[in-house]
Each structure stands twice: as structure tokens, then as C-alpha cells.
Design a protein around this ligand. Structure first.
Ligand SMILES: [Zn+2]
Length: 446
């Protein structure tokens, strides 16, 4: 008898070396071997034959606003992690703001961990927050296991999470660089935003004009400049403006340590199709024109953009008014991110290997989890999504596990049905049925 408890067999297993027929052996929650499709099943092991359904590594979503505790009527650990599991996501990293308290001191981190304990269906880790007045909390938070620090360069939308001006950005970045931490940044320039035309009301074109590309471009250029001068590691969150890409590519070529993410909504939706008053499409930075979307796809293809994350940021439905100036800004995408991205990707000639690189391998690497997550390979956690990639479904908000079933994807037909989701060798979701929560709370590996 071997230690092997489980063998997952599929004609299409997405591995770091490509997609091929294989059998994946699992013991004690870890992948122990990837063998031939017809390899004999070790004695005592259970065989799960997936046929032609595709076996992917579970996705790692490093940008999720769970809002729990404090604004748990917007979302919560229970509902967010069920939605994640339903979308093939097995690890998520929670953003430090919109919960009360925000994750800006070790005591606040402990409050968040207590709120999450025993209520997570997938693995959950935490980002810390860099505020104007918490520089001395950054190192203790780092040592307590947060994965890095989020900062805003313009107002965040909630009073308890103020943004950093240029001087405070330098101070935070210097402190974080001193322990080689990671600063992740919402990059829109407040002066460019203040100078942009402002009209309230239901017209999407007015909202788009109020958050111009140059606000992102200016902030990204400044951030990259400071990372170069202070030798910091920085990550650009939710890039929407394709015009900022040349600066990022040039900085990287110069050795600046900068990475960048974009989101499913920027890759799949366009400004031209947003109906007036439809604030379920509101987020900051905004969904831009179709031509801009093509710049993002080109940058994903050539590697300038590293990864794709949801920026799942829900609220209650009443805050999604038909006035774009005052409606809550945030798009719910946790459960739909894989099919949304896959639908666009396949139409552009990309394979599931690409989607796995953007949504699992690279995001795991960003969080420093690359040794445990993000690949079907020996030594990694046995976290999987089983996908029927050629099957379609039409998005029905009633089928969402999000606490608030507001979505910008209603009525869209998407490719990719998640058949089951596995965490450390245990099936946590199959045919719409969840097991009891068995997710773990993760901390950064020292
Ligand atoms: Zn966000």
C-alpha cells in the first residue's frame, strides 16, 4: 500500500509544461505525482475519472474585498468563499479596506482572522493597509503574516482609509523596502481627478470623463519613479488605462521591480455598451472604450500585464443608485471571473494554459505562495478546479453565491462550467453542493 489516497484522471490536465492526458496522485492534501493517464492506480487509492473535463490548478485571486467584519451586509467570509469555490477559486487574499476595522494594525488583523475562522470554504490570506499615520505598524503587520500593503494615491471611497500624498508614499515605500515587502497601489492621481470634468447623473460618458486615463498614467509614472529611486517592490492594482503600459514596460526593462494586474471587467466589458444609469458597471478606475480593451489584451499576450484578479467589491443593492457620481464603485465578479475571462480569451486564440498563468500561477507568485499554490505539480497543495470549457451558461443573478446578487454580467452567455472544486484533495463543491467549510487562514511564508 502506498500513501496515495486519491487519483484524479483526465484527458486534459493543465500542467506547467502544457495540457495533456494525465493522472494526478494526491496524499495528505498534497500532489505527489503527475503520471501517465493510464498509470495503474496505487493500492488503496480512490480513482476519480474526470473524462474529458479539464483539471486546472485552483485559481488564486489576490484582490477580493470581503468587507467582514463591519460591512458584512455587503459581503462576508461565508458568502465570498462559497462564491469563490463556485468559480473555481481556491485561494483568495482579502483587501484591507471596507471592513471595520481596516487591516492596518496587528490588532485589526487579529479581528479579521477571528471573523474568518471556521467560516471559509477556501484558503484566505490578508493584505495589510498603508495609511498616512501607520508607518510604524507596517513591520509588525509584515511579521504577523500579511502578504503586502495596499495604498491609495487618491481618495479610497471610505473615510477610515485615507490616501497617501507624495511625501507619505515615499515614507511608506521606504519602510516597506527596508524589509523587502510589497506595496500594492491603487494608482489614480488626485490632481488629475480634481481637474477632470464633473457631472453627476446617469450618463456613463460623464462618469468616464471624470476618471480619465491620464489620472492613471500620471500616478503609474510617479509610482514607478519612486520604486526606482527607493528600490521598492510595487504592484499596480486593477490597471484600466492601456496608455500606462509603455511606462511599465520601460521601467521593467530598466530593472524596476514593478508588476501589474488587470480585471475581468476591463477585459470583457466596454464603455460603449454600458447603459445609462446602470451603476452595476461602476468601478474605479472605470471600464473604458473597446479600443482600450484591445491594448490590455495585447499586454496580457506579451507579458506586460502579469495577472488577472477580480477586484470583487460588492455593496448592498441600494447603494447602486442610478447616479454614477454617488453610486458605490465596485464590481462583483468572484463567481464569474473564470468563465468571463475564458470566454474572451478563447475567442482571441488563447488557451486555458494562458488563463491559468494569469489567474493562478502568477497570482500565487505575487503573494509569495508559488511553492504551494498555482500549479498542478508535485509538492503543491491538491487544489483544483474541474472545468467543462466548451459548455456555456447564461448568467442568472439568482445562481450567484455573492451576498448581494448585483452583477454587470446578467444575461451574458459565457463559456466554462465549473463542475467541481477541490481543496487539499477534498472536494468542497460538486453539482452546486458545498461541504462544511475547510479553508485555512494563510500567512506569508517567512
Ligand atoms: Zn479593490
Amino acid at each position: 500500500m502506498s500513501d496515495t489516497e486519491l487519483v484524479l484522471r483526465s484527458t486534459r490536465v493543465v500542467t506547467p509544461d502544457g495540457t495533456r492526458p494525465a493522472s494526478v496522485e494526491v496524499a495528505h492534501g498534497t500532489i505527489t505525482a503527475v503520471t501517465a493517464h493510464d498509470a495503474p492506480v496505487p493500492g488503496g487509492a480512490r480513482l476519480e475519472d474526470l473524462g474529458d473535463d479539464v483539471l486546472l490548478p485552483g485559481l488564486v485571486d489576490t484582490h477580493v474585498h470581503v468587507n467582514d467584519p463591519g460591512r458584512s451586509e455587503w459581503e462576508g467570509f461565508w458568502t465570498a468563499t462559497r462564491a469563490a469555490a463556485a468559480g473555481g477559486i481556491t485561494t483568495l487574499i482579502d483587501m484591507p479596506l471596507n471592513s471595520l476595522p481596516p487591516t492596518t494594525t496587528v490588532a485589526h488583523l487579529r479581528a479579521k482572522q477571528r471573523a474568518a475562522a471556521g467560516r471559509v470554504h477556501v484558503d484566505v490570506g490578508f493584505w495589510g493597509g498603508a495609511l498616512p499615520d501607520n508607518v510604524h505598524d507596517l513591520r509588525p503587520l509584515h511579521e504577523a503574516g500579511v502578504f503586502g500593503f495596499k495604498a491609495f494615491l487618491s481618495p479610497s471611497g471610505v473615510d477610515e482609509f485615507p490616501h497617501l500624498d507624495r511625501e507619505r508614499l515615499d515614507r511608506s515605500l521606504e519602510e516597506i523596502a527596508a524589509f523587502d515587502g510589497l506595496l500594492i497601489v491603487h494608482a489614480e492621481d488626485p490632481h488629475q481627478l480634481a481637474a477632470a470634468p464633473r457631472h453627476g447623473g446617469p450618463r456613463y460618458a460623464d462618469f468616464l470623463a471624470s476618471r480619465p486615463r491620464r489620472a492613471e498614467d500620471t500616478a503609474v509614472a510617479h509610482l514607478v519613479d519612486r520604486a526606482a529611486h527607493l528600490d521598492g517592490r510595487v504592484h499596480v492594482l486593477h490597471l484600466s488605462s492601456g496608455d500606462a503600459l509603455p511606462v511599465i514596460a520601460a521601467a521593467r526593462a530598466d530593472g524596476v521591480r514593478v508588476t501589474v494586474e488587470t480585471c475581468p471587467h476591463y477585459l470583457t466589458l466596454t464603455a460603449e455598451e454600458v447603459p445609462d444609469g446602470a451603476s452595476e458597471f461602476k468601478c474605479c478606475p472605470p471600464i473604458r472604450e473597446a479600443a482600450n480593451r484591445e491594448l490590455l489584451w495585447r499586454a496580457l499576450a506579451d507579458g506586460t500585464i502579469d495577472c488577472v484578479v477580480t477586484d470583487h467589491s460588492p455593496s448592498t443593492a441600494d447603494l447602486k443608485t442610478d447616479d454614477f457620481a454617488t453610486a458605490w464603485g465596485g464590481i462583483s465578479g468572484l463567481q464569474l471571473s473564470l468563465p468571463a475571462v475564458w470566454t474572451e480569451a478563447r475567442g482571441r486564440g488563447h488557451g486555458l494554459e494562458d488563463v491559468v498563468r494569469w489567474m493562478s500561477a502568477r497570482t500565487a507568485g505575487l503573494a509569495g505562495l508559488g511553492a504551494r499554490k498555482g500549479a498542478v505539480a508535485p509538492g503543491r497543495d491538491a487544489d483544483f478546479a474541474v472545468l467543462a470549457p466548451d459548455e456555456t451558461f447564461t448568467v442568472d443573478p439568482a445562481a450567484l453565491q455573492h451576498r448581494n446578487r448585483v452583477t454587470a454580467y446578467t444575461g451574458r452567455t459565457l463559456y466554462g462550467v465549473v463542475r467541481s472544486t477541490w481543496l487539499r484533495g477534498r472536494r468542497i463543491l460538486a453539482d452546486g453542493e458545498f461541504t462544511a467549510p475547510r479553508g485555512r487562514l494563510l500567512t506569508r511564508s517567512p
